[in-house]
Each structure stands twice: as structure tokens, then as C-alpha cells.
Design a protein around this ligand. Sequence first.
Ligand code: ADP
Length: 488
Amino acid sequence: MPLPWSWFTRWFIAWMVASVALGTVVVRADIAARREAFQSDARTAHRLLSQRAAQHDAILATLVLLDPAPADEHPSTRLPALYSQVLKVWRRTAAAAWPEASLAMADDRSRAAARPALAAVDGAAGHYDLVLAGVPVSFALRIELDRWVPWSDWPFASDGAVKADLAHGTQRLPLQPGRQASGWHGGVTPGFVFDKVLDTPSQPFVLHLQRATGPADWPWGRLAAVALALAVLMATAAALQRQRQQRLRTEQLLRLARTARLNALGELAAGVAHELNQPLTALIASTQAARRLLDDDPLPRATLQEALGHARDQAGRAADVVARLRRLVEKPGDARAAQPVALGAAVRGALGLLQPELRRLGIQPEITDAGVNVSADPVALEQILHNLLNNALQAMDSVPAAQRRLQLIIDVQGDRGVLRVHDGGTGLAPELLAQLFQPFTSTKAGGLGLGLSLSESLASAMGGALSAQNVQPAGAEFRLELPLAAAR
Ligand code: ADP
């Protein structure tokens, strides 16, 4: 059973599925490439910050090394001018005390570890203190975070999507805010994360980098190109498929036509036999009768002449059938034989041949004739009428006498002459209706089932048509249409 969708809908759904599948591959590849780039940038940022932190160790070591020096000329006074991130420098001699407790504690740790130690970390203010215990003088620096980060070499754009901060214990020193991971800018695909402690042991900050990714980052241009390329590819494939189907259909039709021609040939042969059979049987009957009459004494000349005349008529009919066949074979579909024929006269002529049968069945045909002239081959028309009337009489053979009515209505409808042969017989068997005009369709014992198929072929060849239906209360009606003869 075909799907209840149009060809285009099915094509569209297939295209969507293929686009989504291929689009997913493209997006995944893109995310992998961007993750790699992020990790590489993160490593650069980590290296830069570690180097800067190491610089602070070096500054403190230099200060301790250069001491003692006159206080007003001490290098520490010029430090903030040289290193903008250094907000403040403390110098403590052994006798003096640190101004803040955190510095004093860091001094102890520095002394124990023999390297600079972190003192206070102020996330809100964005600075931290670093102490190096020395003998006899210790030094401390206050570093401002924002000036410490080497922004000119920083691999991430400050207004970009990357959130960066340094963590120490519960303290967080924000470096850049980054973007919220929600909706269009994140949440759909997992973000990228980088966490690593700086390589400088004196300032063990954890560099935390985070980048949200979402549909806003997807390679929409490439996705559109993929969808377009798929559409072109699939449309071409579909067109080729349709072309192939069309070719197969044409080949099938040609095969059918060839078979039909062979069937028609068979039908023609059987039809000729059928049509010749009747006049030849009548011819034999007439000549046998004539031969018997020859034995009579006195010779019944008039009856003999009538029998021989009948025999000559039947031989003439047989010759007509053969002549028409020759015309058909010489030039199929030739309309040369078509001539104006009075439909009423043709019907009466055909009834004349069936007089004995009409009498036997006690039927008086009821003719309604509007006086119609059709364009037809008289011999073909005679055959059609003979078949239709003969079938009608045979159908009434088995019904009660009161039911036997034969109505023949001749009329004009549009540009056609119409004859309706309406009988009160058995009616058409329902299983027969669909194939009534197919050759070899018969319910009669010994019937060839060719009369109606031949009649329909003949009517079509003359530009007409033959159809049938059952009628109420009983019987069948055959309807013969033929083109009207051109008015002179
Ligand atoms: P045949 O007469 O050799 O059977 P036809 O082609 O003339 O072949 O008719 C085919 C079949 O159509 C008949 O066998 C009969 O069953 C049915 N038929 C034709 N005309 C009538 C009719 N007027 N009433 C009922 N049945 C009919």
C-alpha cells in the first residue's frame, strides 16, 4: 500500500534526516577542533602566568640580595615604577615588626620553606601579598592582579566567551568574567574546562578556565552548505530514479502492447471464424433444402428460387466479411468504409434476419425511431446489430413469455446517434460485467464469447462505443453510440 504522503513529503523527510545526521557529524568535528584550540590557548595562558609569578620571586630575591642600602635610595622605592603590578613594597628589619599579621605568618612560612610565601589574598580587591624572609631584612610585595596578567599576550579575548580566574583555597581572583553558559550560548553541548596549578611553587594558584559552547558557536555556514549539497545530491538521485521508473513503465507498456497485438490477432482469427460460421451454416441449410426440392415433382420452382436466393444472400454476407477483413488488414483503422446509414433501417434489416426466432419466442419488437443517420460501415453495423439482437433473444429464451419484451430506442445525444437495445431477459451476470467485452467471455454452452468483444472493437473502429448495464425490473440494456452522419 502506498504511503499516504506525497512524493515530495517523503523526499523532504529523507533530506531532513540526512541533513541532521551529517550536520551532527560536522558540529561534533567542529567542537573537537575548537576544544583542541581552547586547550592550546589555555596552556599558553598558564605558561604566561607561571612566568609572571616567577618574576615576583626574582624581584623579592633581588631585593634581599641588594640589602643593606640607604633607605631613601633603596631599589624597592623604584619598583612600582618598573613593575606596574607591584602596588606596594614592605621592608622589615629584624628589629621591626610586620604591619599586618598575615605578613608575619607568611614570613615564618617563607623562612621555613626557604622561598617566598603567600600572605593575604584579597579576591574582592583583586590583589595578593607575597613575602620573602631574609637575613637581616625581609621583603613583601602587594601584587595587583589586573596589571599582573600580560593582557597584550593573553590568548583569549577579554570580552569573549572564556571565564578565567585564579583560585587559592576558598579565595577566587577573577581575571575575566566570560559568558553565561545558558540557552543559545551554552547548555546544549558540553563546555570546555581547564584547571591547572601555576608552575611557581610560591604562588600555587589554580588557573581555572571555562568556555561555554552552544548553538551560537556552531558552524552555521558550513551546515547550510552541507544541507544544500545534500538537497542537490538527493534531488538528482530522485530525478534519476524517476527517469528509470518512467523507462521501465514505457518498456512495460510496449510489452503489453505487443501482447495485446498478439491477442487481437487471435481474436480476429476466432472472430472471422465466428462471423463466417453463421452465413456458411445458413448457406449449407439453403442448398440442402434446394437439393431436396429438386426431387419434388412437380418442381416447386418458386420455392427453389427462394432457397437459392437465400443461399446467394448468405454467400454474399460471407464474402462481405472476407472483404472487410481484407480492408482492415490492408489499412487498419481506415474510415473509407464509413458512410451515412439510417440507424432505424439497419435495425429493421437485422430484425428481418431474426424473424423466425422472434416468431418462436412470440416477441413483437417495440421500435422508437427519431430518424437518425449515423456514419458507419454498413457491414460492421449489421454484425453489431445481429450480435446484440441475437444475444437479447437468447437471454429471453428461458424467461416466462410475459416478460419477453424487446425495446429498441433510436435517439440523438449531442453529436452521436444512440441505439438502446433493452430486453426483459435474464440480465447480465454480475461477475461478467467487468469483462463483458473481453474475448472468450461466455456463459453459454458452446458459446465462443467473441460476439460482444468483436462488436465493441467494430464500434470503436467507427468512432463509436458500446456499453451495457442491467435494468429494472429485469433484463439488460446495451447502448451503441455512433457518430452522426454529416448533414448534407
Ligand atoms: P457468446 O454469445 O458467444 O456467449 P457474446 O460475446 O455475444 O458471446 O456474449 C458474452 C456473454 O454475455 C454471453 O455468454 C452472456 O452471458 C452475456 N450476454 C450478452 N448479451 C446479453 C443479454 N442481452 N442478456 C444477458 N446476458 C447477455
